[in-house]
Design a protein around this ligand. Sequence first.
Ligand SMILES: Cc1cc2nc3c(=O)[nH]c(=O)nc-3n(C[C@H](O)[C@H](O)[C@H](O)COP(=O)(O)OP(=O)(O)OC[C@H]3O[C@@H](n4cnc5c(N)ncnc54)[C@H](O)[C@@H]3O)c2cc1C
Ligand SMILES: NC(=O)c1ccc[n+]([C@@H]2O[C@H](COP(=O)([O-])OP(=O)(O)OC[C@H]3O[C@@H](n4cnc5c(N)ncnc54)[C@H](OP(=O)(O)O)[C@@H]3O)[C@@H](O)[C@H]2O)c1
Ligand SMILES: Cc1cc2nc3c(=O)[nH]c(=O)nc-3n(C[C@H](O)[C@H](O)[C@H](O)COP(=O)(O)O)c2cc1C
Length: 602
Amino acid sequence: MVETVPYIPENAPFTAEQRAWLNGMLAGLFSASALPAALAKPSHRIAVLYASQSGTAEGLARKLAKELKAQGHVPAVSTLVGYTSAALAAEKYALLLASTYGDGDAPDGVQPFYEQLCSEHFPRFEGLSYAILALGDKHYEHFCKFGKDLDAKLIALGANPLSERVDSDVDVDEPFERWKSVVIARLNEVAAGHKTTRPALDPAVGNGETMPAGEGRLASAAKAAPAAIFSRDNPLLAPLVDKKDLTHNESTKSTLHLAFSIEGTGLRYEVGDACGVIPRNDLNLVAEILQTLRFNGNEQVLCGKTGKTTLHDALAHHLQITILNRKIVKEYVTKGKCAKLLDLLVPEQQESLQRYVYGRGLIDLLVEYPGIIEEPAELIAMLPKLTPRLYSISSSPLAHQGQIHTTVAVVRYRSYNRERGGVCSTFFADRSTLSDRLPIYIQPNKKFKLPQNSDAPIIMIGPGTGIAPFRGFLHERRALGAKGRNWLFFGERSAATDYLYREELESMRADGHLTRLDTAFSRDQEDKVYVQDRMMEHAPLFWNWLEDGASVYVCGDATRMAKDVHATLHRIIEKEGGMPAQAAEEYVHALKDEHRYHRDVY
Ligand SMILES: Cc1cc2nc3c(=O)[nH]c(=O)nc-3n(C[C@H](O)[C@H](O)[C@H](O)COP(=O)(O)OP(=O)(O)OC[C@H]3O[C@@H](n4cnc5c(N)ncnc54)[C@H](O)[C@@H]3O)c2cc1C
Ligand SMILES: NC(=O)c1ccc[n+]([C@@H]2O[C@H](COP(=O)([O-])OP(=O)(O)OC[C@H]3O[C@@H](n4cnc5c(N)ncnc54)[C@H](OP(=O)(O)O)[C@@H]3O)[C@@H](O)[C@H]2O)c1
Ligand SMILES: Cc1cc2nc3c(=O)[nH]c(=O)nc-3n(C[C@H](O)[C@H](O)[C@H](O)COP(=O)(O)O)c2cc1C
């Protein structure tokens, strides 16, 4: 007989986060004992559904399916693109991994599924037990919103949660493991015939890992276009054909213009899309890590999807070595001999832990607490994957044929007596030269597109590297001969040193292609001036453009700028439209519904 997995009740004296952590740990411990009984049962079908744009949720869904299969269940993996709510209603068990995009929206192609779910006449879901892992990024205003919305909708439709939803920040490994262990323990418990409030599992209805085509998928999706030739897993090695500073030598920052040749490769993009780049770590740092650990780098290791490789290759190409996080510290501590770090791992010390990891990297941990890693495999197991970085494309396929341009702010900082850099931006700045072939792919952004009506006015707000897609938009509109008016708000630190694409922009302003160009150089006077101050200065005109049907686009920093610009947009509508806050809110909602307010923020 299988023991029931103990569960911390909601009224126990813990925060939600502490409770989730404890439940995960208990489930992990008890799922092992549940395993033999679960395996002894006939196999059971579990739909594993993912809503993914750049592949993280999909990768985790496949990983989960493998584990479910190993435990005697029959996972059926499917994307939610083209999936129907009727198909979901026909399932008994569904595990959903859902990322969030745009302004808290579903990933591309998943919205029709969600809309079906929201349609009034949709059947109830009492027969469905489900669990959701929501993927997101805390930098965004609407953290994990799609996963949260999906959860709320399923509850409202009568579905039964198998476990509490887990909301994951970009560092997905730990939340995924925590969620997975609870969910699998629950499924094993039910499979073992335990007394439960959830419905019993049905016998298998299939035995493949992937849902058969047509089952739960719309015919149109089954006929969807073939996958792009180049992707995150199969990037194009594109020659770097231009690399220049957009900022002056005397600037306090460094921003680069890069151009890649895609001539004759078949790689296609649209303005508004992003370019994904697979970076490489700094080999000096790799050497320092190897030396500190007394490894030579030729040790054979198993490294995730890459499989068998050398330790040097794993550290150079496949693992994130510059940043620390809770999971790394936790894994390190479990190997012993660092009592100080152990103290930081208790939930009450969350802030101290954040302070410890901020500005430190793997090398600091290895130097401060030496002699802990004894085998290369231990190092591989504790490090997260090195993920691709995205850059908004700053060219237009019509105006810059055969090329993709990006505009990259180089991340450099000094902390704990060491000069440090962002992996990808310094890969461009310090470790790439002209004619090097760099691995890139296109990350489409269907939500950040020019209006279909080329006569419609557009307002673009893009300080710093936020200018990137707007350079693409302006060139595209010119190449198309679009008649619509163009208004750009650009901001940077100083006009003399940081005015990105100055000549191009001023020339477009001079010939009238840019109807208006308003700049805000924050550090050229005593008090900071930002793009939103310029928007406010021109509030009556801004309002007129809105009333004339202008679409508004915002690109750049998500943490501060996009929030302040959003608030300013509301203020302008309230003031110039003579509306109370609630009505201004509705006005902004209407802009979004009409696809006239778009944000590409990071
Ligand atoms: C859709 C999208 C579009 C984007 N478009 C652009 C674009 O057009 N141009 C552009 O430049 N970027 C863009 N970005 C951001 C870009 O993807 C990268 O995140 C950015 O270049 C940093 O990557 P990196 O590898 O250089 O740095 P990473 O290796 O990711 O390092 C960044 C990390 O370093 C640490 N850090 C940074 N500064 C400090 C400090 N002062 N003290 C302590 N720690 C610090 C922080 O942990 C930070 O998260 C975009 C992102 C997205 C999602
Ligand atoms: N770690 C770093 O050292 C570092 C440095 C730069 C950028 N970044 C990050 O890298 C990304 C891209 O940076 P970027 O080069 O595009 O430029 P950015 O940092 O976004 O700065 C562009 C301009 O925006 C201004 N700005 C700052 N806060 C603002 C706000 N609340 N509203 C409107 N404007 C504001 C900046 O002014 P001031 O800077 O004068 O306030 C600057 O004039 C951003 O996500 C940013 O957070 C990190
Ligand atoms: C353009 C863009 C917009 C995003 N918007 C949000 C958002 O609004 N809220 C959020 O929590 N995460 C947001 N994210 C973060 C993603 O949800 C997160 O990176 C997730 O892990 C991606 O999963 P995927 O690879 O399966 O698509 C955004 C990411 C990008 C690139």
